[in-house]
Design a protein around this ligand. Structure first.
Ligand code: DAH
Length: 339
């Protein structure tokens, strides 16, 4: 009996195949329920005691040899099929690449930049931590001027000369100080005001400043530029310039776009008037030109300031300005499809 088993061991060790079916038959022959090994194990009780030890050893050797053979032949088949193509198994599911999304403020800012780049404006930037000169004094807002109260300023520590800019108009000043006319620039950026935080106002928000300085620039140029902007931005070309006051422009106006009153949301957004205020504008006050080293006799210019947050809320139906800065991915993820 032991001799027979030893023969089988030799047979098992010699066995080789790359055929799945043959390997399976081999497995069944030795390791299957009705396989040879079970027969040999059943025989164990009939083996004389003095042979039991050796008998036990040889069937174990046979069992291990058969199992190892089956495993190694199956492995060989698998690794062979994997190396068939350079890319391996093409039916495997791909690995997910997590996609980010642009912030709605950036989406709107980029859209505004895009519109003005098309008519020859460039983009300029300035610091968010400003000095009194660029944020106020150069813009025709000298110390103790009551209009400074219009903007609740955050001062840095106890130095009243260092503050968080309250508007992007400060970049106008910097740009005019550093560049000669003709000037056509827009300056997007974040601004800060010490205001009570609510669904409609925050202590920081975003503006785009526009500045055009050249010979013979008129109010008609300003209106035409704003009209082009609102048409491109909202698809609405009807605008209204309401007389207003800003220290840095003369005359000054508030810009309204006719939004319409077709839906309930239109009523809510425009407070039932159909008109939507998007910013301020005017002809650059000659004092401002002078403060920035530009000859006010030779040159004139217009400027405007538009709030980005309000426009983003409008275009994307965002009910609360605080959502922009809460960093809630459930909110941010919704802008994945917008570029
Ligand atoms: N700086 C103004 C504000 O923050 C907006 C503004 C109004 C900017 C008129 C301008 C302008 O350039 O001409 O409220």
């Amino acid at each position: 009996m032991i001799e027979t088993i030893k023969k089988h061991i030799a047979e098992v060790q010699a066995f080789s195949s790359t055929n799945k079916e043959e390997i399976e038959n081999f497995r069944i022959k030795y390791l299957g329920k009705k396989g040879l090994l079970n027969d040999f194990f059943a025989e164990f009780k009939n083996v004389p005691n003095e042979q039991k030890k050796e008998f036990g050893q040889v069937i174990n050797t046979l069992k291990n040899a058969a199992q190892e053979k089956v495993d190694s032949l199956k492995d060989a088949i698998e690794s062979n099929s994997e190396s068939k193509g350079v890319y391996g198994d093409l039916s495997r599911p791909g690995e997910v690449v997590p996609l980010g999304s642009r912030h709605p403020i950036s989406i709107v800012k980029n859209k505004i930049i895009d519109i003005f780049l098309r008519i020859g404006f460039n983009v300029s930037e300035g610091p968010e931590i400003e000095d009194d000169w660029h944020n106020f004094t150069a813009l025709n807002l000298p110390e103790y001027h009551p209009a400074r109260d219009m903007q609740d300023t955050f001062f840095i520590q106890t130095n009243p000369d260092v503050l968080l800019r309250t508007h992007t108009s400060s970049v106008q000043v910097r740009y005019m100080e550093d560049n000669k006319p003709p000037i056509r620039t827009i300056s997007p950026g974040r601004v800060y005001r010490n205001e009570a935080i609510s669904a409609r106002s925050h202590c920081f928000f975003h503006q785009v400043e526009g500045l055009y300085v050249d010979k013979g620039v008129s109010f008609a140029d300003l209106k035409q530029t704003l009209q082009y902007f609102t048409t491109e931005m909202f698809g609405k070309s009807k605008i209204r310039l309401r007389p207003s006051y800003f220290p840095f422009t003369e005359p000054s106006a508030e810009v309204d776009v006719y939004w319409g009153l077709e839906t309930e949301a239109d009523y809510r957004i425009t407070k039932g008037t159909g008109w939507l205020e998007i910013g301020g504008c005017g002809m650059v006050d000659p004092n401002v030109l002078k403060n920035c080293g530009i000859d006010a006799e030779e040159y004139s210019g217009f400027a405007f300031g538009v709030g980005i947050d309000r426009i983003a809320m409008l275009l994307h139906q965002i009910p609360d300005i605080r959502m922009f800065s809460e960093n809630d991915v459930r909110f941010l993820e919704q802008f994945k499809s917008v570029l």
